[in-house]
Every structure is written in structure tokens, then in C-alpha cells.
Design a protein around this ligand. Structure first.
Ligand code: SF4
Length: 460
């Protein structure tokens, strides 16, 4: 089949999008023809002088809220959405898939509606982090899409296209919600988790690499996380932690360097050190083969991240590690179920600095249970480690999202989370205004101690 895969804004356009590149590689292997449409970077590149600020992380509400989207975003991007329809039409496709996530739900819905109106017979499917049952059922009931893929997409997309290509009547397909042969909307069984060792190398061959803000490729060592922090949905989304083999990752690095001349890699994993043995073996391979590359990504604070392993990572090309430290309060860390001690933070940060790898850190303001005392403990930790940190990411104050322990257990956190309103604690000790003030003050504090900051202050 001739298949198009679409990625719409807004996502900070550092690198080519990995999700549709993985699906593309899997479909190419099955003999399909694949066209990729990264209209996230294409639109960003066209409008960045007037509207580039809307791609920053703290502008997500303008993409997610319909009224704000219509007011702030749509006038800037409307002509490009029409161009996308023409672009898709020119490729004469049989099916088009959309990679959906929270901040591209509005543009995705608009393009899907336009496409179905113009090409009623075109098969349309969605996948990605946004796809929850309710969203999928809504679009299927309105006959705007033909299928939704839940969770990892590679095998489900292959099976779905096989049904469409061979005109096989559908009863149900694992990992999807579809209309079956009797025109009923049916949800398939859960698909067994993918074995990462069988995944092909992602297909980055069709992107205009000059448009991305960072000259590197995204690479996966693993999917999932070994932790279950209570504010985070990673473990629920990916279900269990799995890795590629060290040789597989090495082969990808080498292929990308030799084929595209790319030698910088952003490791997109929830954490690079979910399996310390795999990480060490991969470093050994890079060092022994003399491959000259740079790579960076997130790590979890861990006593297995020893000075010896950090030295190997440095030698193998690791240039920075971004720790999800989040808080300097042991009480808050325990409520988050971070499962490490403050002393381990101090040790990992200092050891990483000593190894020559830059230390970056995420800070998460406003967790329920963070009072003023705990907040100032966080500032104190940053101050104490200021000479070891290279950059701090103040992010945005805590947003309670679906598929997290907090979202499912509001009472146990004393939280009220009403639709359309910012969450607050029952005693009003933690409200949106308090969180905004703490976040604002954190940024002032970082400026005062001359600490570099990561997004949302800049598109890097
Ligand atoms: S916050 Fe980081 S360590 Fe915790 S579950 Fe999420 S990805 Fe894993």
C-alpha cells in the first residue's frame, strides 16, 4: 500500500520525529511505500519569526484549549494545513496515519476532518501518546477515522494495513480500535509488548535535516522505565522496561554516522540507565570500535551509576546527563516514589561532574505535599550543587495528567482536580497561583546564581 505518516505541531523541533520514523521502517520492511510529512518542523520553519514562541513548552495550553487555539495559533498555521492536504493528495496514498499527542490534537482533528471530506475512501488511522479509548471512539463514531492504534504501533500498523490491503473482513485486531465488517466499533485484545531486539533501524531518509534546530538524530536504547514515579505516565504508557542490545544500538549509531554524517544523538529514553549492564556493554563497544560520536539523555539517580561507569560513558561520547532530580526535599521525593536518598543525588551529581560529563537537572515545582519549607529545601539543594550543575530545567509546575498514580488517587494526595480548572489541594495550600509564584521565583533564583536554564525559556 501507499501510506502517509503525518506529524503535526507543536513539538519542539530539535530532531526528526522518532515515532513516525519507527513506524515507517517497520512498514517499509513489509514492502509498503511510505511518505513522511513532518509538518511540525515545516510550519515552525515558516512561522518561527512571528510565532515560534508557541512551540515552547509553556505554551501548550494555546494548542490544547480550543478557544485559545482558534485565537492564537490557527491564524498562523491555517495556510500550511491546507498545503498538507494538497501534499497528501499529490502522493496518491491509500492510507494516512497521524501521530497524535496532547498538544497536536487540534490541528490533527482539523486535518483529519478536511481529509475525510475531500477523500472519503482514504483510510485514516491515528496512533501515539494521545490515543486513549474515549478520543478514538469519538473519532470513529463520527466516521472521521477508520482505526486507532493503542500503545506501540509497529506490529498493529502492519496487521491493520494487511487487512486493508488484502480486503480481509475485520472482526478485531489486537492493539487497535476499528470498525469491523459489521460496521461496529470494536476494541482488540492487548497486543503483547514488542521485543525491541526485532525493531528495524528508524527511517530518517525522507526529512529535510537542515530545518531542525539541533543537528542530531533521536535514538532509543529502551522503552519504558524501571521506576513508577507517581506524577509520571511513562511506565503506564510503555507497560514494562525493555532494551535493545548493545550491538543493535552501536549498529544504529554507526549507520547514521556513515549514511547521514550525523554524529550527535539525543537518547529519547525515559532513562539511559535502566539497565546498567547494557549501558556499560554499549560503551565498551563504542570505545573498542573507535566510533567517534556524541550522545546525551536522561538518567535516574542510582548508586549503580558509579564513577567507573561514568568514566566509560564519557569516553564513549556521552556529553551530558539530565537527571530527573525534581526536588531537594526527602519528604517530597518519597511522596513522588523516587526511591532514592538526597545523599545519592549529591554523590551522582558530583561524580558525573568529576567524570567530565555535563550535569543537567529537571526540577518539578508544586508536587502535592510540597510546602514552603520543602520548596526552599529544593532551592538549597540547587545552591549547594551550583558549581556542579551545568544547566537546570525548571520546566513547568506540576500538571496532573492521565495514566499517573496521582490522577487515579486524588484523595490520597488531598487533591481536587475538576475538569477545566487547575488542580488544587483541598486545604488550598497548593493552588495554581502558589505554583506559578514558586516557579517564577525559582527562575529568579536561578538567574541570581547565574545558572543556565533549559526549556521553556528557549528552543534549543
Ligand atoms: S519520572 Fe523518570 S524515573 Fe520516574 S517513572 Fe517517569 S521516566 Fe521513570
Amino acid at each position: 500500500m501507499r501510506v502517509g505518516l503525518v506529524f503535526l505541531p507543536a513539538w519542539i523541533p530539535y530532531n526528526p520525529p522518532l515515532g513516525i520514523s519507527c513506524i515507517s521502517a517497520a512498514l517499509l520492511k513489509e514492502g509498503h511505500t511510505v511518505e513522511l510529512f513532518d509538518y511540525n518542523v515545516l510550519i515552525y520553519d515558516e512561522v518561527k519569526d512571528q510565532a515560534g514562541k508557541y512551540w515552547l513548552m509553556d505554551q501548550a495550553d494555546k494548542w490544547e484549549n480550543k478557544q485559545k487555539f482558534d485565537k492564537y495559533i490557527f491564524p498562523h498555521i491555517a495556510p500550511y494545513l491546507k498545503n498538507l492536504i494538497k501534499d497528501i493528495a499529490s502522493k496518491q496514498l491509500d492510507a494516512v496515519g497521524f501521530s497524535t499527542y496532547t498538544s497536536n490534537s487540534q490541528p490533527s482533528s482539523i486535518v483529519i476532518q478536511m481529509l475525510k471530506r475531500v477523500f472519503p475512501d482514504l483510510k485514516i488511522f491515528i496512533g501515539g501518546a494521545l490515543v486513549e479509548d474515549s478520543f478514538a471512539y469519538e473519532l470513529l463514531e463520527d466516521r472521521l477515522i477508520d482505526a486507532a492504534i493503542l500503545g506501540e504501533g509497529e506490529e498493529s500498523a502492519i496487521e491493520l494495513l494487511k487487512h486493508w490491503q488484502d480486503d480481509i473482513p475485520i472482526t478485531k485486531i489486537a492493539g487497535t480500535i476499528v470498525r469491523n465488517k459489521d460496521d461496529e466499533i470494536v476494541k482488540g485484545d492487548k497486543r503483547p509488548l514488542l521485543n525491541m531486539k526485532n525493531l528495524p533501524i528508524p527511517d530518517f531518509s525522507k526529512f529535510d535535516l537542515s530545518k531542525y534546530t539541533s543537528k542530531g538524530f533521536p535514538v532509543e536504547f529502551s522503552r519504558g522505565c524501571v521506576a513508577k514515579c507517581t506524577f509520571c505516565s511513562e511506565t503506564n504508557y510503555w507497560v514494562s522496561f525493555r532494551t535493545k542490545t548493545p550491538a543493535q544500538v552501536f549498529k544504529e549509531f554507526k549507520y547514521f554516522k556513515e549514511t547521514f554524517g550525523v554524529d550527535q544523538f539525543r537518547i529519547v529514553d525515559s532513562l539511559m540507565n535502566g539497565n546498567h549492564k547494557m549501558l556499560e556493554d554499549m560503551c565498551d563497544l563504542i570505545i573498542s570500535e573507535g566510533l567517534k560520536i556524541n550522545w546525551y539523555g536522561f538518567c535516574r539517580i542510582s548508586n549503580k551509576l558509579t564513577p567507573e561507569l561514568l568514566a566509560k560513558m564519557k569516553k564513549a561520547g556521552c556529553i551530558h546527563v539530565n537527571y530527573g532530580i525534581e526536588s531537594g526535599s526527602q519528604k517530597v521525593l518519597d511522596l513522588m516514589k523516587k526511591r532514592y536518598k538526597l545523599s545519592e543525588i549529591y554523590k551522582n551529581v558530583k561524580d558525573t561532574y568529576e567524570s567530565g560529563i555535563e550535569v543537567h537537572s529537571q526540577i518539578l515545582i508544586g508536587f502535592p505535599g510540597e510546602g514552603w519549607f520543602e520548596y526552599f529545601e529544593t532551592l538549597k539543594l540547587i545552591f549547594n550543587l551550583r558549581n556542579f550543575f551545568h544547566k537546570i530545567y525548571p520546566g513547568i509546575p506540576l500538571d496532573i495528567t492521565t495514566r499517573t498514580h496521582i490522577f487515579d488517587n486524588l484523595d490520597s494526595y488531598n487533591v481536587i482536580n475538576e475538569p477545566g480548572k487547575p488542580w488544587r489541594t483541598k486545604d488550598n495550600s497548593n493552588t495554581i497561583n502558589i505554583r506559578k509564584f514558586r516557579h517564577w521565583f525559582l527562575i529568579k533564583f536561578l538567574n541570581t546564581i547565574k545558572m543556565q536554564q533549559g526549556y521553556p525559556l528557549a528552543v534549543e
